[in-house]
Design a protein around this ligand. Structure first.
Ligand SMILES: [Mn+2]
Length: 322
């Protein structure tokens, strides 16, 4: 890890995630590996999310690791590396999804938490499948998303960006009762997707319900439902859950989504639930004027890791003030 203080040029040196050590073959001494999935096919919206990993690496230079809330240094509490990028084969979605699945499963089997930076949301068709394969029991699935993503396939194509919730609910060790979508709103949730979600028994929380009942209460309920009785919780954070003012650099921006401070609250709570695998997707820096979307993705990752450190400290009885 590079020494990141308050002096010096923040963007100097090779761009790894948060200036962390590049380690393509992490062992179980490593808590988590952040890996890129620069994939942009299978997408019905605007392209550009294949530049997400590079954009997040670049933006992450501006993030130091001292957490004001816990007074804890996150990288002292958790050993995290940049695991490099998972290979993507343009024009071969099936093989690429196999790579995503195999890579995520390999990390988990080695005792390392995969944290994947997409790529569009189609990557989760592969990454969640690999996580489920490596899960020692039932897996829960929580999607923070504008979209239900419950289509079985687009014109028969099963690996599109509108399919990951359906694919997750269809995995052999996933009970649809543990599949939850949080933040649903906007005008890209067609009747057929709603009816499929209902038929599968998936619980989804609309922005209207979250506003009416409050974020803290509904989020705790969503996490508890996805985690109930499972051996591992997979969380996917689609940046298009954000209001388009807070994250314009995404494939399908929608009005009415979460604001940045709500994303911080959501990410911290997710971290405290200690998911066994996580992804953040749909970061498309090419639509950005000032980089706020990739910077918000970095904030979400830092808050998620800080939440994991909070949960660790509570478990061990440490006050965490390092
Ligand atoms: Mn989405």
């Amino acid at each position: 890890m590079q020494e990141l203080g308050v002096s010096g040029v923040l963007h100097s040196g090779p761009a790894t995630f948060f200036g962390l050590q590049h380690e393509p073959n992490p062992t179980s001494a490593i808590r988590a590996a952040i890996v890129g999935a620069p994939w942009d096919e299978g997408n019905g919206g605007r392209n550009g999310a294949n530049y997400g990993p590079r954009g997040v690496r670049d933006a992450s230079s501006w993030f130091a690791s001292y957490d004001l809330a816990s007074r804890r240094d996150v990288w002292e509490a958790l050993t995290v590396v940049d695991g490099g990028d998972i290979p993507c084969i343009p024009s071969d979605a099936a093989r690429t999804m196999d790579y995503f699945a195999d890579h995520v499963a390999g990390l988990l089997e080695g005792g390392v938490m995969p944290v994947v930076v997409g790529g569009n949301h189609s990557i989760t068709n592969g990454t969640a499948r690999g996580a489920a394969r490596a899960c020692d029991g039932r897996m829960g699935y929580l999607s923070i998303d504008t979209h239900l993503d419950t289509t079985e396939g687009w014109a028969g194509a099963p690996l599109a960006s509108g399919c990951p919730t359906y694919r997750a609910a269809d995995l052999p060790n996933v009970d649809p009762a543990n599949v939850v979508v949080y933040g649903v709103h906007g005008w890209l949730n067609p009747r057929s997707h709603v009816e499929t979600a209902e038929a599968l028994g998936i619980r989804w929380y609309t922005r209207d319900e979250i506003r009416a009942r409050g974020l803290a209460e509904t989020l705790a309920e969503a996490i508890a439902r996805a985690s109930d009785g499972v051996a591992g919780l997979y969380v996917t954070f689609d940046m298009d859950c954000m209001d388009s003012s807070s994250a314009p650099g995404t494939g399908t921006p929608e009005a009415g989504g979460f604001l940045a401070d709500e994303a911080i609250e959501i990410a911290r709570a997710i971290g405290r639930a200690r998911p066994f695998a996580f992804d953040v997707v749909e970061i498309a820096p090419i639509y950005e004027q000032s980089g706020v979307t990739q910077r918000l993705a970095c904030t979400i990752l830092m808050e998620m890791f800080a939440g994991m450190a909070d949960a660790d400290a509570e478990e061990t009885g440490s006050d965490g003030a390092a």
